[in-house]
Design a protein around this ligand. Structure first.
Ligand code: 4NP
Length: 152
């Protein structure tokens, strides 16, 4: 059977979604699941994750230092089975690019996994401190724990 493909999406693809990618991948069987990430913005294409995301990953046993930023594209609706976005802005930007209902149905807010129907954002930590990145890690880890149990 072909692997289930899951995409994590944020704005820059350097802070939140690379962490979400690394966290979920670490909880799933990589023979059965492919996890990737992308940003709705173009500014960080080809760039590694933000140093603070790399650091909080390392502190939790994850190496995300080799990931490279890329921009979300319409093709991702075809290539991926599920698309998790970090916040309401990502949700609007991604849904605006969807051309079919089936593609729209692939998209959900990642924190719906732990706060169903509450539309809770993973706050953008880019202009924040290491404490903000640690909070983001904790939220994503809790959500990915639930997502991983739903998939396995
Ligand atoms: P991310 O954070 O969406 O979690 O990767 C951001 C990174 C960069 C920018 C904004 C948010 N930026 O404006 O460059």
């Amino acid at each position: 059977m072909s692997p289930t493909k899951i995409l994590m999406v944020c704005l820059g693809n350097i802070c939140r979604s690379p962490l979400a990618e690394g966290i979920l991948r670490s909880k799933l069987d990589t023979k059965k699941y492919i996890v990737d990430s992308a940003g709705t913005g173009h500014w960080h294409i080809g760039n590694p994750p933000d140093n603070r995301s790399i650091k909080v990953g390392t502190q939790n046993g994850l190496d995300i230092s080799q990931l490279k930023g890329r921009q979300f594209s319409e093709q991702d609706f075809i290539d991926f089975d599920h698309i998790f976005v970090m916040d309401q802005n990502n949700l609007e930007d991604v849904l605006a690019m969807a051309t079919t209902e089936a593609h729209k149905e692939k998209v959900s807010m990642i924190l719906d996994a732990i706060f169903p129907g509450e539309d809770v954002d993973v706050p953008d930590p880019y202009n924040g401190t290491m404490t903000d990145f640690k909070r983001v890690y904790e939220m994503l880890n809790q959500a990915c724990e639930v997502i991983a149990t739903q998939y396995t």
